[in-house]
Ligand binder design. Sequence first.
Ligand SMILES: Cc1cc2nc3c(=O)[nH]c(=O)nc-3n(C[C@H](O)[C@H](O)[C@H](O)COP(=O)(O)OP(=O)(O)OC[C@H]3O[C@@H](n4cnc5c(N)ncnc54)[C@H](O)[C@@H]3O)c2cc1C
Length: 308
Amino acid sequence: MAEPPSGVQREFPLARLTTIRTGGAGEYFARPRSIAALERLLAWAAQERLEVGVVGSGSNLLVADEGVRGLVLKLDGELSTIELDGIAGDRLLCGGGARLPAVSAAAARAGLSGIEFGVNIPGTVGGAVRMNANAYGGSLAEVLEWVEVVSGAGTERRTAPQLGFEYRHSNLRCGEVVARARFRLTPAPQEQVKATLALLRERRREAQPSGIKTFGSTFKNPDDPRAEGLSAGQLLDAAGCRGLRVGGARFSDKHANFVENEGAASTADVIALMAAGRERVRERFGVALEPEVQTLGAVALPADWRSR
Ligand SMILES: Cc1cc2nc3c(=O)[nH]c(=O)nc-3n(C[C@H](O)[C@H](O)[C@H](O)COP(=O)(O)OP(=O)(O)OC[C@H]3O[C@@H](n4cnc5c(N)ncnc54)[C@H](O)[C@@H]3O)c2cc1C
């Protein structure tokens, strides 16, 4: 095997890089700080035929308890900055590792509107693009101008329409890393944008549990007439899943689509809890919920779960 590029660590514990705090170690782990460093790492991984995984804020991610084979990356340095770009003063250039609430706050300070919805999404720009994250009617596709995607084959720029956005889905493939993104926003009075952020934070505080170890929505809202318009959380609630527990994992009392790690949960506990909740919803409503949470490593999912 060729010598790994500098900075690559072995058997790096990944649980603390996720918000649910479960899972094992990454076989190889690195924090690239520039596009050049990222390209070197991906070229090395391609040469060694290593699978590549990316962790953003780990806010919608389940890591396998047995750990992750291959190379796991977390973007840092230049790949997590936020700056004004272009001569018109309405563009924000962000590293894929920049945190979305920080992007929303930076936009507000610059008197730019359009990405307020990011204030409550505790993920990174790269994770948000991969997941097509949104909230309260905001839409990434409307404000995203382009992304720079790095893979073993090099770096290319893709526009928002080229990313195949659907509900919680983009067409980014495994091993394709969103290194940078540029947003095109609309000038607006600073105080107005800041007031919107405060309002959205308040709405979120009322609706969702805070201060718990969770990865946010567990299942996607179903597109199934048998759900009669109910969200995944409402279906789980009606099927009696609020507070349901497996090992150290339980469905939150405040929001049934949120799994909480009570302290010592494993990823296997979370999957078993998800399976139990999904089964209850299927029995009661005939609806097969599809996981929203993403996995890293060989997480054993029941065979009939559809997840892209
Ligand atoms: C309390 C809470 C509230 C939440 N509210 C919302 C909400 O309102 N709306 C919403 O949409 N989501 C919400 N989420 C879920 C989550 O924050 C989003 O899905 C977010 O976009 C995930 O970003 P991340 O950086 O944490 O990605 P991770 O969870 O680290 O990873 C998710 C996926 O993205 C991939 N990925 C990460 N970074 C990159 C990159 N740079 N390039 C390529 N792929 C990458 C990972 O490999 C993985 O497949 C919430 C989560 C929590 C914990």
